[in-house]
Write a new protein. Structure first.
Length: 340
């Protein structure tokens, strides 16, 4: 073959490859134009309008973990059809929660040298209302039933609750005034009926009762406690030991939480329990696996929580009274919220 022939052949090959590449890009774009997409091994996902206030059908909102162009976006499905097609919002969050038309979205901004994080308060259409810098890696987020208060927890150092080498920072914001308590460790602590001071106090996992009262975890000297907080008095009072990541039931009578159980692996120490706040009696749920999440109450009798899955996390559900069995609710999803 002459040199001229080889050049012509090479040019034709380059043109063919370019045409094929263009076709592939156009095909991918066509699949991302808002129509349903079957993610590889995952649920159908489509772009659309997501609202925290819906008339009629109750919604479940999650952070979508299905592989594809909409991974990490907040998505919605009908609460009674969690495996149906997901409508994604275009809003990406690492942690998310919502109630009464208010959302809290914890986000990462990737930098060349260092990532930064922020907490973004959203309106009912997931539009930004206000943002605050976050001091570390997002881990927990909650909105009060009224939508008037939001809270978040970040890891300032470390990235796991399993050991003792970590430090958290928890903040509460009033969405009516944008006043912020950016470190709940400054609250006055009463432990076992006495004022308590310690340099190693950590607070995390807020769950709201109303616009004044909340519950959270306090850790000190290697032990954890359920505390009741008061945002007006700026106080924390210990109630019960060995409680982490509390979640208050809709009727305000029980706390779902992670409990460290004797004999468990240090890397997988927690089981899911429910505490009766009046009797201070605890019930183990039927979920026997390690739970590293702040559970959500789907209703007064059912818990929803995340466990590792093929795409990062799946959502599971179990009765709160210790009966029944755990079952998978939804694949490739995390950070559930029933916004009401």
């Amino acid at each position: 073959m002459s040199r001229t022939s080889r050049l012509v052949t090479l040019l034709l090959a380059v043109l063919l490859l370019g045409t094929a590449g263009t076709a592939a890009v156009l095909h991918a774009a066509d699949r991302s134009d808002g129509r349903d997409q079957e993610q590889a091994g995952g649920p159908p996902v489509r772009s659309g309008t997501v609202s925290l206030r819906t008339a009629g059908e109750r919604q479940l909102l999650v952070r979508n973990l299905a592989w594809g162009p909409h991974r990490d976006e907040i998505a919605t499905v009908p609460a009674d059809r969690p495996n149906g097609a997901r409508t994604v919002s275009g809003v990406t969050c690492l942690r998310f929660h919502a109630a009464a038309g208010t959302g809290i979205c914890l986000q990462a901004r990737r930098g060349a040298l260092q990532d930064t994080y922020r907490a973004v308060v959203l309106d009912s259409r997931l539009h930004e209302l206000h943002r605050f810098p976050a001091a570390g890696i997002p881990t927990r987020a909650r909105v009060a039933p009224s939508g008037h208060l939001v809270a978040w927890t970040v890891f300032v150092s470390g990235d796991s609750y399993a050991g003792t080498d970590f430090s958290t920072r928890t903040a509460i914001v009033d969405t009516r005034t944008w006043a912020i308590d950016d470190n709940l460790e400054t609250y006055t602590v009463t432990k076992d009926g006495r004022r308590y001071h310690a340099s190693d106090i950590n607070i995390w996992g807020v769950t709201f009762a109303d616009d004044t009262r909340f519950y959270a975890t306090l850790a000190t000297h290697g032990r954890t406690y359920l505390v009741r907080g008061d945002v007006t008095a700026r106080t924390l009072t210990t109630l019960h030991g060995n409680v982490e990541c509390p979640s208050l039931s809709p009727d305000g009578t029980r706390i779902a939480y992670k409990k460290r159980v004797p004999g468990a692996s240090p890397d997988a120490p927690w089981r899911l329990y429910v505490l009766d706040l009046r009797r201070m009696s605890q019930t183990a749920t039927a979920e026997r696996r390690n739970i590293d999440d702040q559970a959500v109450w789907a209703d007064d009798s059912t818990l929803v929580y995340a466990l590792p899955g093929d795409y990062g996390s799946d959502l599971w559900t179990v009765p709160a009274d210790g009966t029944g069995a755990a079952r998978r609710l939804m694949t490739s999803a995390v950070a559930p919220a029933y916004p009401g």
